[in-house]
Design a protein around this ligand. Structure first.
Ligand SMILES: Cc1ncc(COP(=O)(O)O)c(C=O)c1O
Length: 441
């Protein structure tokens, strides 16, 4: 049937769905119609547990009244103002609050609308910082295999997910990738693996030896690689990266789009792992997923160096988005951060995590489970592939949906990222449902 013929009678055909098997979806749609708390409802009104906090972005659960009210109030007061050469009060308040949560020194906050945009912003700050200091030859970036830094050209270039790269050509020149951190020696270790940390991080020294430190602008990693299946850094890995970056004047960027705002039990993974980067990205949970919002936190002196390099009355950083610091998104984020503070949400993560990780770890007893990993409220289970790579994982995602659980798959890895608002019983129910679905598939 031609596309036009299909269009006339298929109500789903016009939306080209992102990161989705569109043709399969048309045959077997998974429509989510409503949400409340940590539950979704499908079009038949059946309840589904949200086992992935949306896309890691809605830790407080759906429909928080405080956020809705703050958004409504902001819409009534000021729905939009141009962010270039003008400012809105909510953005300054939010920047101040975010700067109070980030590690000391990372207190200059630049807003954007998505994690992908935050990554582009971070890469461009790094380049410009070096240029204004007379080190414009520092153009190379170091990313990591199995890293995910969004879908824009800089982000996918430093990212290390094969499918996100191969259809799109060459990407940024001069990008190198560290080896990923999932090694057989750490199989089934929950938390930080005990093997390989320093050795894997030393890849960066090899790039320095090969290309010269003075050609490398920055090294970007997710403290825990999320989208490729929760790759927790082995002990000492991030500290070693920090040491090498400091030694060679390479900026260290932590992409905390998933780990930011409590996922590891502290505001940021930088604090959990006690390693301070030079720039960090954040998004998702900053506004509890309610309104698109993202940011980067930049070391104060990096921003100052860039500001000081331009003549007075001129724009110092030629970068920004129509929706940077959108007042409604800022209001949503301010309401979200208030809840995090008042309800000690990150403390709740620390309380819930040990039992969750124990339950994920116990799935190693299933014969075709080949690895379990996790940290904080992030847990992953690798399944032995059956047929094409990823087929089994996708089947589990579809069957879990039918069984009343929304989870994530990354190829044949099944990921749970419960909302922080979950009770211990609800988390057990998620793991139990996931287990049943895995056993049946
Ligand atoms: C670590 C990381 N960086 C960047 C992104 C991109 O964020 P967005 O989808 O909001 O553009 C993601 C999204 O999952 C992510 O996990």
């Amino acid at each position: 049937m031609s596309a036009t013929a299909r269009a006339s009678n298929d109500p789903l055909i016009h939306q080209w769905m992102p990161f989705t098997a569109n043709r399969q979806f048309h045959e077997s749609p998974r429509i989510i119609a409503r949400a409340e708390g940590i539950y979704y409802y499908n079009t038949r009104g059946e309840k589904l547990l949200d086992g992935s906090s949306g896309l890691y972005c809605i830790p407080l659960g759906h429909g928080r009244r405080e956020i809705r009210e703050a958004v409504t109030k902001q819409m009534e007061e000021l729905d939009y103002a141009p962010p270039f050469q003008f400012g809105v009060p909510a953005a300054f308040r939010l920047a101040t609050e975010v700067a109070q949560m980030t590690p000391p020194g990372l207190n200059r906050i630049l807003f954007s609308g998505s994690g992908s945009e935050a990554v582009e912003s971070a890469l461009k700050v790094a380049i410009q910082y070096h240029r204004v200091r007379g080190e414009g030859q520092r153009m190379r970036f170091v990313g990591r295999e199995r890293g995910y830094h969004g879908v824009n050209f800089g982000g996918w270039s430093v990212g290390g997910m094969v499918n996100n790269r191969k259809a799109f050509g060459l990407g940024l020149p001069g990008v190198m990738h560290l080896r990923h951190t999932k090694i057989p020696e750490n199989q089934f270790e929950m938390g930080e693996g005990t093997h390989g940390g320093v050795n894997l991080a030393d890849d960066l020294e090899r790039f320095v030896a090969l290309h010269g430190a003075d050609t490398i602008a920055a090294c970007i990693v997710e403290p825990i690689a999320g989208s490729t299946g929760i790759l927790v850094p082995p002990q000492g890995y991030l500290k070693r990266l920090r040491e090498i970056c400091t030694k060679h004047g390479i900026l260290l960027i932590f992409d905390e789009v998933i780990t930011g705002f409590g996922r590891t039990g502290q505001a940021f993974a930088a604090q959990t792992f006690d390693v301070v980067p030079d720039i960090m990205t954040m998004a998702k949970a900053i506004s509890n997923g309610s309104i698109p919002m993202a940011a980067i936190a930049v070391r104060e002196d990096i921003q100052q160096t860039i500001l000081d390099a331009s003549p007075p009355n001129t724009v110092e950083f030629f970068h920004g988005y129509t929706y940077s610091a959108h007042p409604v998104a800022c209001a949503a984020a301010l309401a979200t951060l208030k809840i995090y503070r008042e309800e000690d949400t990150f403390g709740r993560v620390r309380d819930l995590a040990p039992a969750f990780l124990e339950q994920i770890g116990a799935l190693r007893e299933i014969p075709y489970v080949t690895d379990t990993r996790g940290y904080g409220l992030l847990g992953a289970v690798d399944l032995e592939p059956e047929g094409a790579p990823g087929a089994r994982g996708f089947k589990v995602l579809c069957k879990a949906f039918e069984a009343g659980l929304v989870l994530r798959n990354a190829a044949d890895t099944i990921v749970l990222a419960p909302p922080f608002a979950s009770t211990a019983e609800q988390i057990s129910e998620m793991v139990e449902t996931m287990k049943k679905v895995i056993l049946a598939n």
